[in-house]
Every structure is written in C-alpha cells, then in structure tokens.
Design a protein. Structure first.
Length: 693
C-alpha cells in the first residue's frame, strides 16, 4: 500500500508549524515540486522546493498565490442543486446524501435505457494520476458510458510525435543549458514554461543564440536574439524550407540518417519543392531569414529545439510537428545530450494506464467515443445510427468546457438544454458550473493525495495533503466511489483508496520509497536518449515519412484555402494565454485578474489605423460564428494581418458574456483530431453604441 511518509520533524499535527511536500497540479510543463507551510491547520505559504532540480526553489506568480485560491471567499464548499434557469447560476444548498442519491437515481435510469447516453467530460484541471483518470475512468467503464476523446490541448502534436519518434519523448530539459543554439518554436517560455527559461538564460550567458519562432512578439521573443514572426499555421512550410537548405548545402549527417531514420528519400523530394522564396511568400517572412536560420541550425553544435503546443492548433499542426521533429535527425543533433528536441517528456514515464483506469471493466463492450473538441455540435445532435443515442447526461470534472471548448455559442446552447442532466465537480462557480443541475465541491491540491508525471521534465512527484478538506469538499475519487456504491457498481477496484491507486500508478522505474521520502524521483534514462538511434518506433528509427506523408497544409481559414472568406474576414486570429491565467484556471483570483485588467485584443498599428481604431478603444471582433467585444491594445506585439485575442477569460467576465472562443470553430487537425484554435479569420471594428451589433 502506498502510504506517504513524512519525516518525524514534519509529522502533521493540527497545532503548530509544519512543512508538507506537494506538487503543482496544473497543465504546465514545469510540474513544480512545492513545499507547503501549514500553521495551526491552515496553509499559509507555498514555495518551490529548492532541492528539486527543475523547480530550484521558484514558483510562477500564479501558483505562488495558491493559498489565495484555496481559501477564496467564493470557494464552493457544499453541494448545490439548481433552482433557476440553466446558466443563471441560481442554486440551493443540499446535503451530500440528497445530491448523490438523486444523481445516482437519474444516471441509473438513463443507463437502463442506454449507458452511452451518459458522457464524461474532463481534461487537465489537475494533471494528477489519482484525481484525474483513475476511479473516475473505472466508474464510467463499469457503467458502459460513452468514452471521451481528450483532444482539446495537445493530441495533434502528441500523435504526430508518436508517429515520428514512437512516443512523446525528447531531450532532458536541464541539458538545454549547454546548447549553443536554441530554437524556441511556438513557445512563450517566460509565461508558460518559466523554469525552462532559467536554463535558456544560462545558455545565453554562455554564448548561445536564441531564436523565437512565433506569430506574436511575446515577452520571450523580446529576450531572444532573433524573432521570426511567421503567419499562423505556416510552421510546416518553414520546416520544409529548412530541410531544403540542409539538402542543397549538404548540411546533413548522412551516417545518422542512414542508420537511424526511415523513408528519407520521400521527405527529401518533398523538401526540394520548398526553396526559400516560396517559404517566404507562404510564411510572410524574408527569404534570407530562411537561409540564415538553416545555416545557423546546421552549423551550430549542439543545437536544440523547444517546440510547444501553440503551433499545432491549426489544420496542418500534426504535419508541422512531424516536419520539425525530422530536423535534429537530419543534422545528427541527437548525438549530443544538449542537441535534439523537446515537445513532451510524458512518454518516458512508465504509467500503468490499464491499472489506473481498468478498461477491463467494459467487459467486451465497445461504447462510442465522442470528441471533446466537438462538444458544441454533439450536445445538439439527436439520436442517429451514425451517432448513437442523444447525450442525456454529462458529468464534468477537471474542466470548464463552456469557457474553453471551441465555437462556444454552440457549447452554451447545448449546455442550456433542459433535457440534459449535468453534474459538475468544481472549486468555483465557473461558466460551466452555472449550467449544472448539481455542483459538487471538489478538493484542491492542498487537500488530497496525488502522484504526478511531467511533460516538461523527467521527475515523478508526490503530492501529500497539507490540510483537511475545506467545508464539505471531497476528492474526485471519493465522489465517484460514493456514486458507484449508490448505483450498485460493486467491483472492488471502484472502492480502492487513493493510497492504493497511487501505488498502482507506475509499472516500473519509479522508486516509491524514494518518492515517499523525498517527494520526487528522477527517471533512470540515458542522458542523450537517441545518440545511437533507439527511437521507440517498431523499427527503432525515426519514421520521417510513416503513415500520412508530412507536408504543409494551409489553414482552413486562409486566403489559400478560402479566398472568399478571407476577403470578408481578412485578419488571422490566434488566442494565446494571458500570462497570469492558465487556460481558464486562476481567472477568478482577484489579484491575478487585476494584473490582466480586462479582455484584450492586440492589433498592429497598421491594421488599427486602417480601421480607425485607437489604443484602449472598445472593439467588436467578429466572423460568421459570432461577435466578441473587448478592448483594443494597439501594439507591435501583433504582426500585420494577425490579431491576438488573449485568453482564456471566463465568459461571465466578458463585456457581453463571451470570450474569444465565440469566434473559434470545431474543425479538427490533420493528425490527432484536435481543435484548430489558431486557425481563425476575423474582422475587427470600433464597437457600436449600446444595443448595436
């Protein structure tokens, strides 16, 4: 049994001062190790663990405010039942027994007709293996509910990387400090990967060149030697142009290509169709920029790429990831531990998903799978042979789909169905919780046990509960245990304790004793994982052309794909995260919202002048899917022809109850069935008087 061990000097007591080991649960590659200071049963401070190498004692501004979030005056502490119209946020307090008895009865009635009419909806509100998909997954498998394709963030890049490398694997993050050239491709590391940025700064001080590739001039771009502001969705074209130059100048490691890659001739032939002048035209940059970047990348050793998920949120995002992933194989950058690429390290962790989620509880059933990125359409569908039963019940945990899912006008319409029974497990009255029939108070990271992997480093972490659950809050796991018991789902694994689940999380390579004693443990991996090949593909090679041949695909919404649409809506829009929010988390923390101020749209001075828009002016951002009102920030952080709608604000904090997802669509990426949040065309105009459109 997994029992977290606390040293004698730190053993918990309700009185006095103690320190508890914890881990940041949020959707961030840093996955920080935390020390929580508890005084008289109350968490008073969180600090980064100075002994954990990736964290090195520092926390971002968001997580350093975690006690403020946990003890927030608006924290949900009791079960609530809806008494007003859906979306009104009007609820009454009920007991746990009342809530769970009614939920169980209503779910049982639906399941008796067809359990596939019940749908879970969750993502990365916590990245923990225990409070994420463990008892919850077992519950839905035992029930035979519809399955959820969890695509909303990273599946395009993840599946693309798996096609090329065999898994979500890459460099050790700490070795970037030794790199001589770092391409920060689609990542605003200062805002979203702060501890990695510390390593980048070490490399810079040692003489490394930093190149930021991003449509937006971010804080990170400001600190790099070069910023390449390509048009959204053209990353694949840039990668093909770089490969073109590697071939034409013979900047190739022929031995590495021969020994450790497959299907090079096909990729070579495709890249030769992409000379710098063609790349420049597509990407909206200079041809010489392409030539110089290729020269720098090929002739600087070691060279490393920090790729991030923003660039894969377009139609051709998966193809672009595959093309970029080819680069370190073609130059042999993988031979050095400070060369190669990192998109995600999560594939290194030996997580035993089958033990955690128990798909055997399906007992041979094969329920349909619905994509979380098309929830707006799916909630509005009637039963049909190709679709299956109409969704009658939705259980939401670790997510806020009304704010974060694309084309949110349809999402809201679906959630407002009076015949949809919705249960939301939450900390706060989010946009989604406003549309629930029942809201159940869940514990925060300071109040429950969990274990964590990371997608930005290679250390497993432990999170011990620092304080008792506030009010009547319960861990996700306990809520699903109690629902299972009430619904007669009696498989013993549905009642496994959190400690038992934590013990089942890893198949190998994680020393649970060390994890208990220290709070974190490094995976035993080679320092230069692909120096001698050994990719995780069946062939052991990097598959340069496996499956769908990687190529550049223009955005769905672009002049190349739809010139008539581009004529009506000439501005591309991306929606990068506001620095002090993490997806829709922390939006309700007043101190952080005060820093962000209000929903903003960054627009280049040329585009603003053409529309007679001044800095600070209210504007309408619109397309065929809707209108979003916000404030213009006239700034060169936006490149000409592109606007940046900073997100993700809760809709209820928007000027007219919307956020940028009012404008996004539900079409999916080339690989991974993921949303295209950054593949959007809009127009912007000064806001009309009150009552206007």
């Amino acid at each position: 049994m997994f029992v977290p061990i606390v040293p004698a000097v730190d053993r918990p007591s309700l009185a006095g001062h103690r320190t508890v080991r914890a881990a940041c649960p949020h959707d961030c590659p840093d996955t920080c190790a935390i020390r929580v200071t508890v005084e008289d049963g109350r968490a008073v401070k969180v600090q980064g663990d100075p002994d954990h190498p990736p964290t090195h004692g520092a926390l971002c501004q968001k997580v350093s405010r975690y006690p403020e979030r946990t003890y927030h005056a608006e924290r949900l502490l009791h079960p609530l039942r809806r008494v007003g119209p859906k979306g009104s946020g009007r609820f009454e307090r009920v007991s746990w027994d009342e809530a769970l008895d009614d939920i169980a009865a209503r779910l049982s009635a639906i399941a008796a007709r067809n359990p596939e009419a019940i749908l879970p909806y969750s993502y990365a509100g916590t990245m923990g293996l225990v409070q994420g998909e463990s008892i919850a997954a077992r519950f839905f498998h035992a029930l035979g509910a519809s399955r959820l394709d969890r695509t909303i963030c990273a599946s395009a890049g993840s599946e693309a990387l798996t096609l090329s490398y065999g898994g979500k694997v890459g460099m050790h993050v700490e070795h970037f400090a030794e790199s001589r050239l770092i391409l920060l491709w689609g990542t605003n590391s200062i805002a979203s990967n702060l501890h990695f940025w510390t390593l980048v700064q070490q490399a810079k001080r040692a003489g490394a060149k930093l190149v930021c590739i991003d449509p937006r001039r971010t804080d990170t771009a400001d600190k790099c030697h070069q910023h390449i502001a390509l048009l959204p969705g053209t990353d694949g074209a840039l990668a093909l142009g770089l490969i073109h130059e590697l071939v034409c100048h013979d900047w190739l490691d022929h031995d590495y290509i021969e020994r450790h890659t497959a299907d090079w001739p096909a990729l070579r032939a495709r890249a030769l169709q992409w000379p710098p002048h063609r790349v420049a035209e597509v990407c909206g940059i200079d041809a010489e920029t392409v030539r110089q970047l290729a020269r720098d990348y090929a002739t600087t050793r070691p060279a490393a790429i920090r790729l991030n998920y923003g660039m894969q949120r377009v139609r051709g995002g998966g193809n672009a990831v595959r093309l970029i992933a080819a680069l370190p194989c073609l130059t042999g950058a993988w031979r050095h531990r400070a060369g190669g690429l990192l998109l995600s390290a999560s594939g290194w962790f030996p997580v035993d998903r089958a033990a955690l989620q128990r798909p055997d509880l399906l007992a041979g059933r094969q329920p349909r799978t619905l994509n979380m990125s098309t929830i707006g359409d799916d909630l509005l569908r009637d039963a049909a042979p190709a679709f299956g039963p109409k969704v009658e019940a939705l259980i939401v945990y670790n997510s806020n789909p009304v704010a974060v899912a694309p084309e949110s006008a349809k999402v809201v319409q679906g959630f407002r169905r009076e015949d949809l029974f919705t249960v939301v497990l939450e900390h706060f009255q989010t946009d989604t919780a406003d549309h629930a029939d029942y809201v159940l108070p869940a514990t925060t990271q300071l109040e429950h046990l969990d274990v964590h992997t990371s997608y930005g480093h290679t250390y497993a972490l432990l999170n011990e509960p620092a304080v008792a659950p506030l009010g009547e809050a319960k861990p996700n796991t306990q809520i699903f245990r109690e629902l299972a018991a009430r619904m007669g789902l009696d498989h013993p694994c549905l009642q496994d304790s959190d400690e038992a689940v934590a013990a089942q999380a890893f198949a190998r390579d994680v020393d649970l004793g060390a994890l208990r004693e220290r709070g974190w443990v490094k995976l035993p991996l080679p320092e230069a994982p692909f120096a001698n090949g050994g990719f995780l593909t069946p062939s052991g090679r990097c598959e340069l052309d496996a499956g769908a041949s990687p190529d550049y695909l223009p955005n769905y919404e672009s002049a190349a794909s739809d010139p008539q649409l581009a004529a009506r809506y000439p501005l591309a829009m991306i929606s990068p995260p506001a620095r002090n929010f993490l997806n829709s988390t922390f939006v309700n923390v007043q101190s952080l919202r005060d820093i962000e101020g209000e929903p903003l749209l960054e627009i280049h001075p040329e585009d603003a002048a053409a529309r007679r828009i001044a800095d600070g002016q209210p504007v309408r951002v619109f397309n065929d899917r809707g209108v979003h009102r916000c404030t213009a920030r006239v700034s060169t952080r936006a490149r000409p022809g592109v606007v940046n709608g900073l997100g993700i604000w809760w809709r209820k904090f928007g000027v007219d109850g919307t956020n940028v997802n009012q404008l996004t669509h539900q079409r999916l990426t080339d690989i991974g069935r993921a949303p295209c949040f950054y593949d959007v065309l809009v127009e912007v105009a000064p806001d009309a008087p009150a009552g206007g459109v």
